[in-house]
Design a protein around this ligand. Structure first.
Ligand SMILES: Cc1ncc(COP(=O)(O)O)c(C=O)c1O
Length: 364
């Protein structure tokens, strides 16, 4: 069986976890602050705040951006948490369709914003690890009171025109669940920003609305969603390997590209010189997606679409009045996308086998 993905836990990570459990306080331990500092430095941002999940990173970032009663523009081609975050922060999600890179179409965002005074934030998603069109989006928000909040849940260490994700917009949101490029051995999240006020606000929201853990005064209605010390200790070790791991993912992606280049029925993931995906997923597009997935499965190869139902077609969003046909590109993407096995130590032979099975399917 060739699996779809694998998260890495090594002896070094287990030692770090044991050490943190034995010697540090379970919350707000030294490992948390060190991980935050190192993660911020890695991304190229000034501040980072650890939280309980990627979803909470998005919710708290939008709350700190004062979106309540306003609109949040985002992509329907994402994990549902992206749009849910707008709802949890008492805003209305507003979708813009995607372009051929599978990320939000900046020209549609520009049209949508027009003279609107209601839009308070844009949440582009770096889907599968491939950065959204941040240069164009930054131009759109220039001079406007609109926050650009990156959903970088799948894009730790992706590079966009020389800069890392998380430092491209006003706030970056990361997930550390077991399917991500860093998984901290469980789950967690991180926000990055250059804005100290935003960082402190998010810290407060994540810790029951108090300014620090030594006070009994709770200034705002907050949540209880901190990154645990043991998770941070594991995350610190993983962060040291992230660059090397991402390079391995990129090498795997280039082997896939070479072996599938002449399969006409397949569209390969986007690729541009100035953009280096973190390849959380290696996702192809094909009109015979379900049959190909079945064929791979028959040959002991896992594959899965991320995501087969666009957010506006999910039941709660259907109840809000969204319909099939609202976002045709996202709907077409959902019907054709298929993620192939992609993990750090996938071998050349395994990729060769996956591609051989795909080529057989297309009778090549
Ligand atoms: C694009 C995207 N946004 C947000 C999230 C939410 O992250 P978490 O599962 O850590 O809450 C995920 C995780 O699957 C994701 O892939």
């Amino acid at each position: 069986m060739i699996v779809l993905d694998k998260s890495i836990i090594t002896e070094e990570m287990i030692d770090a976890a044991q050490n943190a459990l034995a010697n540090e306080f379970p919350l707000f331990g030294e490992s948390v602050f060190k991980f935050e500092e190192e993660f911020a430095y890695f991304c190229g941002s000034k501040f980072a705040v650890g939280v309980g999940s990627g979803t909470d990173a998005l919710i708290f970032s939008l709350m700190a951006s004062d979106v309540e009663g306003k609109e949040v523009v985002t992509s329907p081609a994402s994990y549902i948490a992206t749009a849910n975050a707008a709802i949890h922060s008492k805003a209305t999600p507003v979708f813009c369709d995607i372009d051929q890179t599978n990320n939000i179409d900046h020209s549609l965002v520009e049209k949508k914003i027009g003279d609107s005074k209601k839009i308070k934030a844009i949440v582009p998603v770096h889907l599968h690890g491939y950065p959204a069109p941040m240069n164009e989006l930054l131009e759109i928000v220039e001079g406007r009171d609109i926050f650009l909040v990156e959903d970088a849940a799948q894009a730790h260490g992706a590079i966009y025109f020389g800069k890392r994700t998380g430092a491209l917009g006003h706030i970056g949101c990361f997930s550390f669940n077991p399917y991500k490029n860093i998984s901290v051995g469980g789950e967690g999240g991180m926000i990055t920003t250059n804005d100290e006020e935003i960082a402190e606000k998010i810290r407060m929201i994540a810790d029951a609305g108090r300014e620090n853990r030594f006070t009994h005064e709770h200034k705002i209605i907050g949540f209880s969603s901190r990154l645990s010390t043991v998770s941070a200790a594991v995350g610190r070790v993983q962060l040291r390997y992230l660059q090397e791991w991402n390079e391995k993912r990129r090498t795997a992606a280039s082997i896939y590209r070479k072996l599938l280049a002449d399969v006409e029925e397949i569209v390969l993931p986007p690729d541009k010189t100035e953009i280096h995906s973190a390849y959380n997923k290696f996702a192809i597009k094909t009109n015979v997606r379900d049959a190909l997935k079945q064929h791979l499965n028959n040959n002991d190869i896992e594959s899965d679409p991320h995501y087969p139902i666009p957010i506006h077609m999910q039941p709660p969003y259907q109840k809000m009045g969204y319909k099939r046909g609202n976002f045709p590109n996202a709907e077409n993407f959902a019907a054709t996308t298929l993620s192939l096995p992609m993990f750090v130590d996938i071998t050349k032979e395994e990729i060769g086998e996956v591609c051989e099975v795909i080529r057989n399917f297309f009778e090549m």
